[in-house]
Write a protein that binds this ligand. Structure first.
Ligand SMILES: Cc1cc2nc3c(=O)[nH]c(=O)nc-3n(C[C@H](O)[C@H](O)[C@H](O)COP(=O)(O)OP(=O)(O)OC[C@H]3O[C@@H](n4cnc5c(N)ncnc54)[C@H](O)[C@@H]3O)c2cc1C
Length: 447
């Protein structure tokens, strides 16, 4: 897409994962209803093409939400961007229904997102990383009407600046490695798994280990066990075994759109209760099916008396010693006072992600953004950062709002409704601004 240099866009979206795709859909559907009032939008994505957690598209892994929690259905069940619409267009609707499963594979969901992206491609520029948001250099006295978004092109086109009345930051989760352990060609974070795995000769992987007790850790352990029939596979688990993700109907209510209000308008104790009782719906837990699959493999080994799948429970990594292709992991088990050492050909840290944090992108603008007593950004119900009155520009967060909007902040569960709320807010604030301008002009004409 070609962005125009001097245009002030109504909204510039940073990142083009499912959250901002869903916003693009909401804006497009608004436009279809009110064609005379176009909202101008431009999105920037640092990847060279659309991709949703590509490095974790392992065979047979399934979604952890219903297919109905797609880009649009919960906001607009008639949307042409729904998963059902995609199935219909792909000629698979009947087979999907016959499959009687709410949870498609991640590969199929990725195909759905790619299908939706094809209709939105004119709004997004790829290989374009947003490096900063700042006040316009030429800003005069008074509150600035817009901000400048600095975009660095990986395609060698240098850096350019795009003007925005609103920005929607949706840069996603940030992979977390243990302190002092960098990833390299033998030590990987789960977010780079397939890319690094595919660079290896599988015959050279005779001993591999996976660190972590969450969904990605269990999925990677299962994948390595199945793909490397000659290899020793060790699962280094900080708990005494994998814990199950609670996706039963009552617990699942924490991801309902209405739960956002209960959380947002609740007291500190309300919010704390959400986390205390329902963290196990998503965090450091594993789907029942994957746990049973792994246990079945382990038990079959017991029966055959031939073990190559090892679960090192209550165990943490103390140190990783690297030299060429040699990797030695120093382990500390709560069941053993002596440290153990394990030599591996590849080590995967499925140690999770940090939540999205906009401070770095905001740079100097951050001083206009108000924070709570715990030092976290204050966020309006419509996902706009609370700013001082000298920054009337809307800075919306799609992600990173666990402290204000609850457990679904980094998930897909609520993206359709959230994007609709963000779009509504952008549109109604534009209407208010235009009305104010009209009144001011009328008053000055009268005077
Ligand atoms: C393996 C895996 C599986 C998951 N499965 C599920 C699931 O089944 N259900 C569920 O609800 N949640 C799931 N999640 C949670 C996940 O956060 C959501 O699925 C989803 O990715 C959130 O969408 P997003 O657009 O907010 O973030 P992302 O999908 O992470 O997209 C953010 C985008 O921003 C881009 N970006 C980052 N920084 C910049 C920048 N400075 N400039 C330009 N572009 C930038 C990134 O390249 C990325 O494409 C999963 C997460 C992982 C890691």
């Amino acid at each position: 897409m070609g962005t125009r240099e001097h245009e002030i866009y109504d909204v510039v979206g940073i990142g083009f994962g499912p959250s901002n795709m869903s916003l693009a859909v909401a804006l497009e559907e608004h436009q279809a209803n009110v064609p005379a009032r176009p909202i101008t939008a431009a999105f920037f994505e640092r990847q060279p093409a659309f991709g949703w957690h590509r490095n974790m598209l392992l065979p047979s892994t399934t979604m952890q939400i219903s297919f109905l929690k797609d880009l649009a259905t919960f906001r607009n069940p008639m949307s042409r961007f729904s998963f059902v619409s995609y199935l219909h267009e792909s000629g698979r609707l009947a087979q999907f229904v016959n499959n009687q499963d709410f949870f498609p594979t991640r590969q199929e969901f990725h195909q759905y997102l790619e299908w939706a992206e094809a209709s939105l491609a004119d709004k997004v520029t790829y290989s374009s990383e947003v490096t900063a948001i700042r006040l316009p250099a030429e800003a005069g006295p008074g509150a600035p009407e817009y901000v400048q978004v600095e975009v660095r092109s990986a395609a060698g086109a240098g850096t350019r600046v795009v003007n925005a009345r609103n920005v929607a930051i949706s840069t996603g989760l940030v992979p977390r490695m243990p302190d002092g352990i960098p990833s390299d060609e033998r030590v990987w974070h789960s977010s780079e798994f397939l890319e690094k795995y595919n660079r290896m000769d599988p015959d050279q992987l005779k001993s591999v280990a996976v660190v972590g007790a969450g969904q990605s850790a269990a999925e990677i352990t299962r994948f390595l066990y199945d793909m490397l029939p000659h290899a020793q596979v060790s699962a280094i688990i900080p708990s005494y075994g994998y814990s199950v993700a609670d996706d039963t109907p009552f617990a699942n209510q924490v991801f309902d759109p209405s739960a956002v209000d209960d959380y947002y308008f609740g007291t500190e104790r309300t919010r704390e209760a959400f986390w205390r009782y329902h963290k196990n719906t998503n965090y450091s837990v594993v789907d029942d099916e994957v746990i049973r699959d792994l246990h079945r493999r382990s038990y079959e080994e017991e029966v055959r008396n031939n073990k190559r799948l090892h679960f090192l429970n209550l165990t943490r990594v103390d140190e990783v010693k690297r030299a060429g292709s040699d990797t030695r992991v120093v382990l500390h088990s709560l069941l053993d006072s002596e440290p153990q050492e394990l030599d591996v050909d590849a080590l995967v840290f499925a140690t999770g992600y940090d939540t999205m944090e906009p401070t770095k992108l905001l740079g100097d603008l951050d001083r206009y953004c108000l924070r709570d007593e715990a030092g976290r950004h204050r966020v309006e119900r419509d996902y706009r950062l609370v700013t001082t009155s000298d920054l009337p520009v809307g800075i919306y967060l799609q992600g990173g709002t666990e402290h204000t909007h609850g457990l679904s902040s980094s998930l897909l569960s609520n993206i359709a409704v959230r994007s609709g709320e963000v779009a509504d807010s952008i549109i109604s604030r534009r209407t208010d601004r235009e009305l104010e301008q009209e009144i001011a002009e009328t008053v000055s004409e009268t005077v």
